[in-house]
Structure formats: structure tokens, C-alpha cells
Design a protein around this ligand. Structure first.
Ligand code: NI
Length: 258
């Protein structure tokens, strides 16, 4: 086993039903692998509430709250605002546009995305953005707001990355980096080190060599090791940069990292 420096999983759905039976063990396994911090994004009201509930119980676990584009048809702003004051909330997310699956009507997705960007702007919170087959429209909408944050689960081209970087956003890199034939390893070289965040998106997007199984935060090390290989950087050096990025974008102050 490769020894890794301390890592943060900046996008992990620990409130998902796939972790219901072994949440404690999952968090323990992550810690053993050096993954000491986790950010749990919500996708609707209930999942945002459970993200907060889990984050309350652990020192380096934080929550993001919001309505995913799939769930924007159920958007309830009053309920969202009612939970927004918790001290463990570090972002609004995950929010955005998904024109691949279109599980909510396009216009609803856009409206709900704008409303949540407005809330983030007013509260001075960063945003965690999900975009699929909708990068142009997403960038256009984000431009209208004074917000920063991350485009999570990035798999796009160098040009796509450039658009995100020009917005001043970070790029979330996950399991796809480890997939055979992925173009992401080449693309990631074009992203400045101080704009990269690591994530698993667990229980989804399981990295090689565990593809096909449930993803979990401990597997972040596979993404991290691959990123070190691709960029030709020592683990300790890259680890430090990634932690710095994470704590900066989510404005986390912690004694668990140094
Ligand atoms: Ni997600």
C-alpha cells in the first residue's frame, strides 16, 4: 500500500443509502487511507438535512446543501433557507444543469440553478456545480453571479477546462482519471495545480481497480496516486497543494490539517 499524505474528499455522498449499513466503517477505512476530510453535498432537501446530520458528528466532515438539477422540479426554497444557518455548511451544492438525463424540465433547471446561485451570492458561500451536456449554458448563467466554487466530476476537454478556469472556478477530478482510455489524464495537465480538487463522488464513479463495485472515500487514494503519476509530482508535494486548495475554496479552518 502506498503511503499517502492527508487528503480531502471534496464530493462524497455519505448520506446515500449505499452507506446506511456501514457508515462508521466507511469513515474509518477512509481515515486509514489518509482521507481525513469529507464534504457531503446534498441533492434535495432530505439529503441536505442528512448531510448536515452526519457532518455534526465528525470533526472534519462538512456539508453542502442544495437541489441537484435532477431534483429541481421539487425545489423548495423556504425549506432550503430554513437549514442554511448550520455552522457545518460550507457550500451550496450540488446545483447546476443536466441536459443529458433531463429529469427535470430545462427551464425549471435553469430557474432553480439561478435561485440557488443567488442564495450563494447573498450568503457568500461557494457553489458545487454539476453540469452534464450543458457546459455553455452553465457558464453563461454562472457569469451573472458573483460566486466561486468548483465544477465537480470534470471529464471535459482542455477547452472546457479553460472556460471553467476563466470563471475563476476550481476543477473537481475524480475516478474517471483512472479509467482506461480516458482523455482526462492529458487534459488535467493543462489545469493549474492551484485549481484542482480531488473527489470520489461516492457511491458513484468508482475508480480502477474497483470499477463495478460501490465507490467509497477510501478509494480517493487511487485518484490521488494516478494524479501524482500523471503530473509527475511527489505525493507529499501534491497532497499539500490539494489540501490548501480545499481549505481555501470551502474556507475551512481545521486543526486536523497542517
Ligand atoms: Ni454528486
Amino acid at each position: 500500500m502506498v503511503k499517502t499524505p492527508l487528503l480531502w474528499d471534496t464530493h462524497c455522498h455519505l448520506q446515500d443509502k449505499h452507506f446506511r449499513d456501514d457508515l462508521e466503517e466507511t469513515i474509518e477505512r477512509a481515515k486509514e487511507m489518509g482521507v481525513i476530510g469529507v464534504i457531503i453535498p446534498g441533492w434535495d432537501y432530505e439529503s441536505s438535512v442528512s448531510a448536515i446530520e452526519i457532518s455534526r458528528r465528525y470533526e472534519n466532515i462538512y456539508a453542502a446543501v442544495g437541489f441537484h438539477p435532477h431534483d429541481s422540479k421539487n425545489y423548495d426554497e423556504e425549506k432550503l433557507l430554513s437549514i442554511l444557518d448550520h455552522e457545518k455548511i460550507v457550500a451550496i451544492g450540488e446545483i447546476g444543469l443536466d441536459f443529458y438525463r433531463n429529469l427535470s424540465p430545462v427551464e425549471t433547471q435553469k430557474t432553480v440553478f439561478r435561485r440557488q446561485l443567488r442564495i450563494a451570492e447573498e450568503r457568500g458561500l461557494p457553489v458545487i456545480i454539476h453540469t452534464r451536456e450543458a457546459l455553455e449554458q452553465t457558464v453563461e448563467i454562472v457569469k451573472g453571479f458573483n460566486v466561486k466554487g468548483v465544477f465537480h466530476a470534470f471529464t471535459g476537454s482542455e477547452e472546457d477546462a479553460k472556460e471553467i478556469l476563466e470563471l475563476g472556478f476550481y476543477v473537481g477530478i475524480g475516478g474517471v482519471l483512472t479509467f482506461k482510455n480516458a482523455r482526462l489524464p492529458e487534459v488535467v495537465k493543462s489545469i493549474p495545480l492551484d485549481r484542482i480538487l480531488l473527489e470520489t463522488d461516492a457511491p458513484y464513479i468508482t475508480p480502477h481497480p474497483h470499477r463495478g463495485k460501490r465507490n467509497e472515500p477510501a478509494y480517493l487514494v487511487y485518484v490521488f496516486n494516478k494524479l501524482c503519476d500523471v503530473l509527475g509530482l511527489p505525493h507529499a508535494e501534491l497532497g499539500k497543494i490539494l489540501i490548501k486548495n480545499t481549505l481555501e475554496v470551502f474556507r475551512i479552518e481545521t486543526e486536523g490539517t497542517h
